[in-house]
Design a protein around this ligand. Structure first.
Ligand code: ADP
Length: 626
């Protein structure tokens, strides 16, 4: 029979897997058991909800059989099985869901922690086996199929016999080498420990035939060795256990076991609620962003169980979008097994649970922020953006919920601060919360617009994320303090004397300002004498709702709404450049045009905006030098 080829990407990944120097080869067992358990879940649920299917709880189990002499390890389940097509779809391609497209940015290299990043499930079998055989019979089918592969050179698939529904995975373990010993995976004691360590909470019995020493029938002091089928795992789902029975490691193992993520979550939350609605939940707040998190591929949701039976893999209605990064599960006595997706959405109990969960997550995040700032910041690094989107979305409907979870970089502390921290440090005369937006902290630091506010000694929030300014616009105020951009037209701190002086200047230099505006035409709305510049000759500020940073974001959007900031060119009347402008106005109109264009382009550069015509700009500079 002709060998079929793996899809190209699968092949590469498989190659890496096989040659991987991964130190935790043992996790292959966890992966196979977890697949087996998922397959049983599917059948179990079917049986419970379809009265035509016979139901016997004892029929659902996983069995592990090591065969020492043949160096074979079998993992058998009584789950839903796979049809021929399913076998090909599921085992011929790695990561159908796009988890492989990640590779655009990260090159796949030797030593790359594939498992750590993506958990490649079934394929991990190749880390310990040189031949993997899968025999599976799908529920409702009489025909079983055998799939077999030695790794990268492809696989065969053919019909075969199998008495019962379910799947059997047969691993022909690799030969031992100097560096590696695969015999351990044939050792009863070692296997038992691995099951205990990684799969103790699997809700179906994991059985093994173990050799035990027992007293001989009716005789004292005489023993015999007998083989006995034992259940290795405790089967109590972790969420049913008491918190004080569980260690941090238990929670972490469960997180890995469930494939919620491959990082170290910053927090787990174990809820047992008995009130208006009773439910148990285990939730995790991850530390790292899943590779597809900020794409439309990402599906939010928690696993939903009813009385211990899985009824939905990802129930989206349990999580608001702004907490879509939370992983975990909910088990409730109050939900019906037969509930459909549509009804579920409107289920009162479910909505109550979702509301409780939402509040609990917030409380726990706040506690983390308070008690372990460093951890919180790691979390925020990954998901802060999502929280800020949450503030902005739905016209700010959730801003109260989220505002205290936000962090922004502060000009004063040079680190992330909360809005509450900012406000608590405001001098009494300071009226506004100031912010400056730009591409990077370094860039903002140098913005001329920040000069006056900084001179006053006021703290400035530096916004570098494209969503930041939109979020603050929606927040509008925090503790009754309004947010103000340092580039906005009224900073609310110009002192009275100076103000009048500048207004005076404005009148005196009216002619110059008008001429410059004429030269720049629609590029700016107005040319003005600045009240905020100290050492710089020029800057751009804006009037109206849209700032320069917002313009940048909007124009980068696929459906560019073509909204522009109303730009004001501000000149520093105390700067010597200004005197040069005045003299040009008197003596040389051409020079004034040259200066004006140069200054305008400089202001654009400072803002990180592109210059319309860079060649013209450099020519202008050359003219000046010659
Ligand atoms: P994942 O479990 O993350 O989806 P795997 O590579 O481990 O990725 O498995 C791919 C798919 O193959 C599973 O989603 C499932 O549909 C199917 N599968 C794997 N093992 C079994 C099994 N023991 N019984 C039934 N289906 C299985």
């Amino acid at each position: 029979m002709a060998k079929k080829q793996f899809k190209a990407e699968s092949k590469r990944l498989l190659e890496l897997m096989i040659n991987s120097i991964y130190t935790h080869k043992e996790i292959f067992l966890r992966e196979l058991i977890s697949n087996a358990s998922d397959a049983i879940d599917k059948l179990y649920y079917k049986a419970l909800t379809d009265e035509n299917i016979e139901f016997n709880k004892e029929d659902y189990y996983i069995k592990i059989i090591p065969e020492r002499e043949q160096r074979i390890l079998r993992v058998i389940d009584t789950g839903i099985g796979m049809t021929k097509e399913e076998i090909e779809d599921n085992l011929g391609i790695i990561a159908r869901s796009g988890s492989f497209n990640f590779k655009k940015d990260h090159e796949l290299k030797d030593g790359y922690d594939i498992i750590g990043q993506f958990g490649v499930g079934f394929y991990s079998a190749f880390m310990v086996a040189d031949t993997v055989t899968v025999i599976s019979r799908a529920f409702g089918s009489d025909q079983a199929y055998k799939w077999e592969s030695q790794g990268v050179d492809g696989y065969i698939i053919e019909p075969c016999g199998k008495e019962t529904t379910g799947t059997e995975i047969i691993l022909k373990l690799r030969e031992n080498s100097e560096e590696e010993n695969y015999d351990e995976f044939l050792d009863e004691f070692r296997l038992k420990n691995l099951i205990k360590k990684y799969s103790d909470f699997i809700r179906y019995p994991i059985k093994m035939d173990l050799t035990v020493t027992k007293p001989k029938d009716g005789k004292e002091n005489e023993y015999e060795q007998v083989v006995e089928e034992q259940i290795i795992n405790s089967m109590v789902p972790i969420w049913r256990k008491n918190k004080n029975e569980l260690t941090a490691e238990d929670y972490h193992n469960f997180y890995m076991e469930k494939h919620y993520g491959y990082d170290q979550p910053v927090k787990h939350i174990h809820i047992k609620a008995d009130g208006m609605v009773s439910y148990t939940a285990i939730l995790y707040i991850p530390e790292k962003i899943p590779f597809d998190y900020y794409t439309k591929e990402y599906e939010k949701g928690l696993e939903l169980y009813s009385k211990g039976v899985l009824i939905m893999n990802k129930c989206p209605d349990l999580l608001p979008d702004y907490f879509s990064f939370v992983k975990g599960l909910v088990d409730s006595e109050d939900l019906s097994l037969n509930i459909s997706r549509e009804i579920l959405q409107h289920d009162r109990q479910l909505r109550l649970i979702a509301k409780n969960i939402k509040n609990k997550i917030k409380t726990e995040l706040l506690a983390l922020l308070k008690n372990d700032r460093e951890k919180y910041e790691r979390f925020y690094q990954s998901f802060g953006r999502q929280l800020k989107f949450g503030v902005y979305n739905d016209f700010g409907a959730n801003k109260e919920m989220l505002q205290d979870l936000l962090l922004f970089y502060s000009s004063k502390d040079k680190k992330l601060v909360t809005l509450a921290e900012y406000v608590s440090r405001m001098p009494t005369e300071q009226k506004y919360i100031y912010y400056a937006a730009g591409d990077s902290l370094e860039r903002i630091e140098k913005l001329p617009q920040t000069e006056l506010v900084a001179e006053k000694g006021y703290e400035i929030l530096y916004l570098t994320d494209d969503i930041d300014e939109f979020a603050l616009k929606v927040l509008h105020t925090y503790q009754e303090k309004e947010f103000k951009s340092v580039s906005g037209n009224d900073l609310g701190i110009e002192d009275q004397d100076k103000q009048e002086e500048k207004d005076q200047d404005e009148k005196v230099h009216q002619e110059l300002l008008e001429k410059m505006k004429e030269i720049l035409q629609d590029k700016v709305k107005e040319v003005r004498i600045s009240k905020r510049l100290k050492s710089h000759p020029v800057c751009l500020t804006t009037e109206g709702e849209i700032s320069i940073e917002m313009e940048k974001v909007l124009s980068a959007m696929p459906n560019n709404p073509n909204l522009k900031a109303e730009k004001i060119l501000e000149l520093n009347a105390d700067h010597e450049v200004f005197r040069a402008l005045l003299s040009a106005k008197e003596n040389d109109e051409e020079k004034l045009a040259l200066f004006t264009n140069l200054l305008y382009n400089q202001a654009l550069l400072i803002e990180g905006l592109p210059i319309k015509d860079p060649v013209e700009f450099t020519n202008d500079i050359c003219k000046l030098m010659a």
